[in-house]
Ligand binder design. Structure first.
Ligand SMILES: [Zn+2]
Ligand SMILES: [Zn+2]
Length: 236
């Protein structure tokens, strides 16, 4: 696996393979934003990916977290510390990381949850704080050209978000979508808290006008992604 080799999605948007999940990066004129941190041990892959793009760690101004699962948040604390970036996540997700509520095990099956809990517990890497708590429809201007709109896509977890990046018209969906066996659909039921809600979230994404999709566990769809989602989802 080519850890640290940037995967081109479209102008100014790349992905890195990290441990457990992909990390997306949006590169603007005033610095960069990362989406997710990968699992534990992902820091080196992300740092070398940034270096390959000519970006020092300090160029990262924002880290967005799509949801709390440890394959997405497992290097978040270290990444926030080493970059000095601000951390942003949905307002319903932060209480699960901050200790306000017990962090639920990702597996719905109680036996699996019990068996994996000691390992999962050690995988989280919480940042000391969330600098920005997000809501559906929030819009952040990354530089004079690039904006990021927050799309709340609950179901997989209560505070799962997708990011709609303009002007590139790219959707960064975290685990709100999976692209498996030629079909695009909601995430695997075994690790999804509310499957009906997850399906509704897919329909919400379909209403947007986008060209590309960045998934967390599958290669990106670079062009005609909305039409592909519509076709492949309706067939599913
Ligand atoms: Zn997940
Ligand atoms: Zn995941």
């Amino acid at each position: 696996m080519n850890f640290g080799k940037p995967i081109y999605v479209t102008s100014g948007i790349y992905q890195f393979r990290a441990v457990g999940a992909r990390v997306s990066v949006i590169v603007g004129g005033d610095g960069a934003a990362l989406v997710d941190s990968g699992g534990p041990g992902s820091f080196g892959a992300i740092a070398s990916g940034l270096k390959n793009l000519g970006l020092p760690l300090e160029a990262v101004r924002w880290i967005f977290l799509t949801h709390y699962h440890p394959d997405h948040s497992g290097s978040l604390g270290r990444l926030a510390l080493e970059t000095g970036a601000k951390v942003a996540m949905h307002k319903e997700e932060w209480p699960l990381l901050s200790g306000e509520y017990p962090t639920p095990n990702p597996f719905r099956n109680q036996v699996l949850a019990g068996l994996t809990e000691p390992v999962v517990r050690r995988m989280y890497d919480y940042p000391p704080q969330a600098d920005l708590l997000l809501s559906d429809g929030d819009e952040l201007q990354l530089d004079s050209q690039i904006s990021v709109r927050v799309v709340h896509t609950p179901g997989h977890t209560p505070g799962s978000i997708s990011l709609y990046v303009l002007p590139q018209r790219v959707l960064i969906v975290g685990d709100a979508l999976q692209y498996r066996f030629g079909k695009i659909g909601p995430p695997a039921a075994g690790v999804t808290q509310d499957q009906d809600q997850a399906r509704q979230s897919v329909r919400k994404l379909m209403a947007l006008d986008f060209e590309a999709i960045c998934f967390s566990h599958f290669p990106p769809l670079r062009s005609d992604a909305r039409e592909t989602l519509r076709r492949r989802f309706l067939e599913a």
